[in-house]
Ligand binder design. Structure first.
Ligand code: HEC
Length: 190
C-alpha cells in the first residue's frame, strides 16, 4: 500500500510539469489561433494609436507606439506563443526579420504585385519534429499610417522619430503598400 502511494505521488510530480506544457496542435488549430492573436495585436495597437493621436497629436503617437507596441505583443506572448511585427524595412531594429520571415515578406510583395488580396497571403511553416509552428499575415499601409511611415512627414513627427529611432528605415511607404507583417510563433512543449 505504502509503496503504491509513494509511486502515485512520484508519478504526480513527474506528470504535473508535463500537463502545464504547451500542447501539440494540428496545423489548422495553430493557424486559427495564430490568426486570432495577430488580429488581436493589430486591433489593440490601432485603438491605442488612434487614442494617442487624438489626445496628444502624432508625435505623442510615436511615443505611445514605442511604449505600447512591445508591451501588447508581450502580453499576447504566453504559453509557448510569441507574437510580434516585422518588416523588410524596420523602424525598431528589434523587429528585424529573420530568414523565414524575409522570404515570407518577399512572397507577400510578389503576391500583391500579381494582384492577390492581402487576405490570401498569410504564410504557415510547421516543423513537426521540433514542435515549432510559424505564421505570418500581411500588414498593409493605410491613410493613417502615412503620417509616420509615408514619403513626407511633418517636421515634429520626423523629429520625434529621429530622436527615438536614429536608424529608422520605415518611411517612404504609399497607401496600399505592404508595410510589414504580423509574425506568430508557437513552440509546443515549453
Ligand atoms: C504616430 C506614428 C505612427 C503611426 C501613425 C503609425 N506607426 Fe507604425 N510604427 C511607429 C513606431 C514609433 C514604430 C516602432 C514601434 C516599436 O518600437 O516597436 C512603428 C512600427 C511599425 C511596425 C513594426 C515594424 C517596424 O517598422 O519596426 C509596423 C508593421 C507598423 N508600424 C505598421 C503601421 C501601420 C500599418 C500603420 C497604420 C495603421 C502605422 N504603423 C501607423 C509609428 C507609427
Amino acid at each position: 500500500m505504502i509503496r503504491l502511494t509513494k509511486k502515485a505521488v512520484l508519478m504526480g510530480c513527474l506528470l504535473l510539469p508535463l500537463a502545464t506544457q504547451a500542447a501539440q496542435l494540428s496545423e489548422a488549430e495553430f493557424k486559427a489561433q495564430a490568426k486570432q492573436k495577430a488580429m488581436q495585436l493589430g486591433k489593440t495597437l490601432k485603438q491605442n494609436l488612434q487614442q494617442a493621436v487624438k489626445a496628444g497629436g502624432l508625435p505623442n503617437g510615436v511615443q505611445v507606439c514605442k511604449d505600447i507596441a512591445p508591451a501588447i505583443a508581450a502580453q499576447l506572448s504566453t504559453d509557448g506563443w510569441q507574437v510580434g511585427r516585422t518588416a523588410l524595412k524596420v523602424r525598431n531594429p528589434q523587429n528585424r526579420a529573420d530568414s523565414w520571415e524575409k522570404s515570407s515578406l518577399m512572397a507577400m510583395v510578389k503576391g500583391l504585385e500579381e494582384g492577390l488580396e492581402p487576405g490570401a497571403l498569410a504564410t504557415v511553416h510547421v516543423d513537426e519534429a521540433a514542435g515549432k509552428y510559424r505564421f505570418m499575415a500581411p500588414i498593409m499601409t493605410g491613410g493613417l499610417c502615412l503620417n509616420c511611415h509615408g514619403a513626407s512627414l511633418a517636421e515634429p513627427v520626423k523629429e520625434a522619430i529621429n530622436q527615438q529611432y536614429p536608424d529608422d528605415e520605415a518611411t517612404g511607404f504609399a497607401a496600399g503598400d505592404l508595410r510589414g507583417a504580423f509574425t506568430v510563433t508557437y513552440q509546443a512543449g515549453e
